[in-house]
Design a protein around this ligand. Structure first.
Ligand code: HXC
Length: 513
């Protein structure tokens, strides 16, 4: 027996070496952690249980038989985050560049299958040169096996990807299918084809960073939901994210203890500027309504005219969606619509109530938006809210104009409780534009057209630029003082705790993709 034990110890020691000391040093020199260091940081201390440590590839193409590494370049297994079960895979760049082929893919599929069976999130720590070129079509098949599982698991268990190195080719599609993507600044890249291929095909010269670095994907493409200055910070963010979400679609999100105190927020009574065209930061409103320091913004750098993120109210997770009047006046455009729609669908899939703050002047007009399909993209948000069955609360702080009023979680599309501040303006459009259209003839004929315009604008404002017309019809449940907002939201969430709402029987809907 002693011999077998020694053999086991030797194999374990070998597996822990990854691609060897030199390559590990190389990884550290680039400012990156090793695959094992990442897993240990991510999971509660001592909780990691490895699966498939002794797996190796079976290929002898191009001399691969001389390059066998225990684990085949990916560490897989399970452990806990704050005591809750998660499954994890962590690609090891020191082994054949973290490239993926048959055995590597089978290991990832195994933890994904276990995660589905047992209803717990999968977290992928990606650091890979993509399909292992030597293994050919087997590598492509391996990727497809993972993509298939990503899609089957979508909406059943949360899937989270961290990009912690180069991710090229097939390596980017699995993360793109998951719910959230985090990238580390300066050391991670995502692209379908790298700068060299880009240069050959399009003659564009672009650096890896510009083409697919963290800030590019966080601000331009929207592929990355979170960025971190370094890996340690990034892994801390992953742990924080897991703390908001349930383990699977059948569970409620985890809660935190909350001690009730004075819930009035007097500062909200003075937050709306006198001039309706003056901006203010909707984050200040959100922060006053949620539990102090309980938020985690998603897509913070992308489509900043919309703010989305997780927070807690009385210790319970909520998903916040808010127009941001401080950026582009909070207008709805393509990027903002898509950003919010995907988040709404995530929250709905995982039983997270939605808290929506509305101050929106409408959809962004213009050829750029129209030609790129604002109609279909805006409809995504309409679709996402309309199909959501979780508790849904809206607070209209100021403008709710036109189609954007309907889209932003209005009563008509299934919002449960709609509150409006006295400063709310719920109308087809702004008073100035409305007066110009409906009183065009009268204004033109007037002795002093400017004065007439002003008079008609005022008349329109009095009749429509307020919340009372909508409240009279029951489109708004209650007009509240801003300072009461948190109390009202807390009461509504409690009232909606056992909400049951089912969609009609169907195979699946057909969101305008
Ligand atoms: C096999 C690979 C590999 C790969 C890297 N390596 N990528 N081995 N298959 N795909 C190996 C290298 O040969 C090298 O081995 C070691 O990993 C480290 O790589 P370096 O190039 O030295 O590292 P670095 O300079 O940091 O560059 C990293 C990189 C680059 C940007 C990822 O290696 C690269 O461009 N790799 C190829 C990317 C790619 O085109 N992948 C295929 C995409 S096609 P040695 O032993 O020399 O140290 C694809 C199709 C899937 O994925 C489609 C599914 C839909």
């Amino acid at each position: 027996m002693k011999e077998q034990f020694e053999r086991l110890d030797a194999l374990t020691a070998k597996a822990l070496e990854g691609g060897g000391k030199e390559r590990i040093e190389g990884q550290h020199k680039k400012g990156k952690l090793t695959a094992r260091e990442r897993v240990n940081l991510l999971l509660d201390e001592g909780s990691f249980q490895e699966i498939g440590q002794l797996v190796t590839h079976r290929s002898s193409n191009f001399g691969l038989e001389k390059q066998k590494f225990l684990g085949d370049g990916v560490i897989t297994g399970y452990g806990t985050i704050d005591g809750r079960l998660v499954y994890v895979f962590s690609q090891d760049f020191t082994v054949l560049g973290g490239s993926l082929a048959e055995a590597h893919a089978q290991k990832i599929c195994r933890v994904m299958d276990l995660a589905m069976q047992n209803g717990a999130p999968v977290i992928g720590l990606n650091d890979s040169g993509g399909a292992r070129i030597q293994e050919g079509v087997v590598s492509l098949g391996g990727y497809a096996d993972i993509f298939y599982r990503n899609v089957r698991a979508s909406g059943v268990i949360p899937q989270i990807s961290a990009i912690l190195g180069p991710c090229a080719g097939g390596a980017v599609y699995s993360p793109a299918l998951t719910d959230f993507v985090l990238m580390a600044e300066g050391t991670s890249y995502m692209f379908v084809t790298g700068p060299n291929v880009v240069k050959t095909v399009t003659h564009e010269e672009v650096s890896s960073e510009d083409l697919g670095g963290a800030s590019t994907h966080a601000s331009k493409s929207g592929v990355a939901h979170f960025t971190a200055g370094n890996e340690v910070e990034g892994i801390r963010q992953l742990r924080q994210l897991v703390g908001y979400i349930p383990s699977n679609c059948e569970e409620e999100p985890p809660t935190q203890a909350y001690t009730p105190c004075d819930e009035a927020r007097p500062m909200l009574d003075t937050i709306i500027p006198d001039n309706p065209n003056q901006p203010y930061d909707i984050r200040q409103v959100m922060n006053a309504v949620i539990d102090p320091d309980s938020s985690m913004e998603v897509h913070a750098e992308y489509a900043r005219n919309m703010v989305i993120g997780f927070a807690r109210v009385a210790g319970r997770t909520v998903g916040c969606v808010a127009n941001q009047p401080a950026v582009l006046a909070g207008v709805l455009d393509i990027d903002a619509s898509v950003k919010a729609a995907r988040f709404v669908r995530f929250c709905d899939a995982f039983n997270i109530p939605l808290l929506v703050f509305v101050d929106v002047p409408g959809f962004l007009p213009g050829t750029d938006q129209e030609w790129r399909g604002i109609i279909s993209h805006g409809a995504k948000l309409l679709y996402a809210f309309s199909e959501a069955t979780v508790p849904r609360i809206t607070i209209i702080t100021r403008k709710a104009y036109g189609g954007a009023y309907d889209v932003m979680n209005s009563k008509h599309i299934g919002c449960d409780m709609n509150f409006a501040w006295p400063s709310a303006e719920i109308a087809v459009m702004g008073a100035k534009g409305a007066a110009e259209i409906i009183f065009k003839g009268e204004i033109a004929k007037a002795a002093d057209p400017a004065a007439k315009w002003q008079e008609k604008e005022q008349q329109y404002k009095e009749q429509f630029a307020n919340p009372f017309e909508a409240a009279a019809r029951g489109y708004v449940d209650e007009v509240i003082r801003p300072s009461q907002t948190r109390q009202k939201v807390m009461a509504a969430l409690e009232m909606l705790r056992n909400k049951v709402d089912k969609l009609p029987r169907k195979k699946h809907g057909n969101i305008p993709l």
